[in-house]
Design a protein around this ligand. Structure first.
Ligand code: NIG
Ligand code: FE
Length: 423
């Protein structure tokens, strides 16, 4: 057999975590702890794709390293697939640090929104912002995510809430996808809040989303997913069903902000509509968990949000995993409820507050996260044929990634076979 010449080789990894074997369907139950750990592992890369994965000696036998091959020695380090963040609101203007005192004083998230603040404050700032400003802040935030190990992320609109401002946001996301290494999956979230001009006519706003925004977004191919903030005082289950049914008819895939603050039946609706993911789920009902476990919908949990909202109750992750729900984790990065764009922080909180085991957490930020945004055939595991997205962490074991908290342990990030962080 002739050896193939390669562009990049990562070898001698103390722990190479492949998460292989889960591309066809998300992992659930006990499978969530299967992470395909290889000691003294190697990954060979050619033309931006993974060519071979295995023990260093086996991989070295199969490939040809020449003077043009970049070789990285990962002895004593942990290598993971590039992290996937399946729920972010990365395009927005301004910031809302003044909410901290309100939250400390006990003012609730929905109360701030009902007073015209919260999301609506960011809507005012985002409407006023030009494209260049939104691109500049987006590049800054995505750069922060990349150096912390995120190589693929979902990105939502939702701070425009007019046809023009939603289109502007989605066009900014398209531009951002071309201007930096993190792969972006665009989501239309026109139903994020009722804008002030429709305060007394919420149905009129739902009409606008259904009759004008969605057809325009679908026609221009600006988004792959449609999401709705299904919540008490925001969009009802009926309004959410109407919006998502229309989105599905127009060829978009579906997501929901479900059962975050009030248990409305968002999880049940997600399963009913065949949504790709149901996100938040802090207040999911027993029935909701049952429906999700019998569906292909991935539960995307956002524990940094509960932490930042100073909530006492976290999503019932253990119960979901034990009942066979496919669980993923995301940052929910946004200017209000989760100004956190580090998946490493999310991983640390997930162990401590969701009581997820380190191996389950790895699955939740790699292959299951990829399933939650329809990218499992391309990313989320280290397997031949997939994009060569990987992260080398300065950590002796994969558990150390969750054990340490608040320090960026990333040493090197490889995106599509190219070193984009570190060396
Ligand atoms: O997922 N819940 C609704 N949307 C975001 C928060 C957005 C904001 O507060 O600006 C979330 O938490
Ligand atoms: Fe969100």
């Amino acid at each position: 057999m002739t050896r193939e010449r390669i562009d990049l080789l990562v070898r001698n990894a103390g722990e190479l975590v492949t998460v292989a074997g889960g591309s066809a369907r998300p992992r659930r139950g006990r499978e969530m702890a299967e992470i395909g750990l290889i000691q003294d592992g190697a990954v060979a890369v050619k033309d931006g794709r993974i060519l071979a994965v295995g023990k260093t000696a086996e991989v070295m036998d199969r490939v040809k390293v020449d003077e043009n091959t970049t070789v990285i020695d990962a002895a004593g380090k942990v290598v993971l697939p590039g992290l996937v963040d399946p729920h972010t609101h990365v395009v927005f203007a301004g910031s809302r640090e003044y909410e901290l005192e309100m939250k400390i004083g006990g003012v609730g998230y929905l109360e701030i929104l009902a007073r015209g603040g919260g999301i609506l404050d960011t809507v005012r700032a985002t409407r006023a912002a030009g494209r260049e400003e939104l691109i500049a802040t987006g590049l800054k935030y995505l750069g922060q995510m990349l150096v912390q190990g995120t190589t693929t992320a979902e990105a939502k609109s939702g701070y425009g809430l007019t046809l023009a401002d939603e289109v502007k946001t989605l066009e900014v996301i398209r531009e951002l996808a071309q201007r930096q290494p993190v792969d972006l999956v665009p989501t239309f979230l026109g139903a994020h809040a009722i804008p002030p001009e429709y305060k007394d006519d919420p149905e009129g706003y739902v009409d606008l989303v259904v009759d004008e925004m969605l057809p325009a977004v679908a026609r221009e191919g600006l988004a792959e997913f449609c999401d709705v903030f299904c919540e008490e005082g925001v969009f009802s289950v009926e309004q959410t069903r109407r919006i998502l049914a229309r989105a599905r008819d127009l060829g978009l895939k579906l997501k929901l902000h479900a059962d975050e603050i009030v248990s409305l039946g968002g999880a049940e609706l997600a399963a009913e509509l065949g949504a790709t993911s149901a996100d938040h789920l802090v207040q999911v009902s027993e029935e909701g968990i049952r429906r999700l476990s019998g569906s292909r919908t991935v539960a995307v949990l956002l524990p940094a949000t509960t932490f930042c909202l100073m909530g006492s109750k976290y999503a019932p992750a253990r119960e979901m995993i034990e009942q066979g729900v496919a669980v993923a984790l995301a940052s929910d990065f946004n200017p209000g409820s989760s100004p956190v764009n580090s998946l490493q922080i999310v991983m640390g909180i997930a162990c401590r507050q969701l009581k997820m085991k380190p191996a389950e957490v790895i699955t939740a930020v790699t292959i299951n996260a990829a399933h939650a945004i329809g990218r499992a055939a391309e990313v989320g595991s280290l397997e031949p044929g997939k994009k060569a997205d990987l992260v080398i962490f300065d950590a002796p074991t994969y558990r150390y990634l969750m054990y340490r908290f608040g320090t960026n342990l990333v040493q090197t990030v490889v995106k599509s076979g190219r070193i984009v962080v570190g060396g």
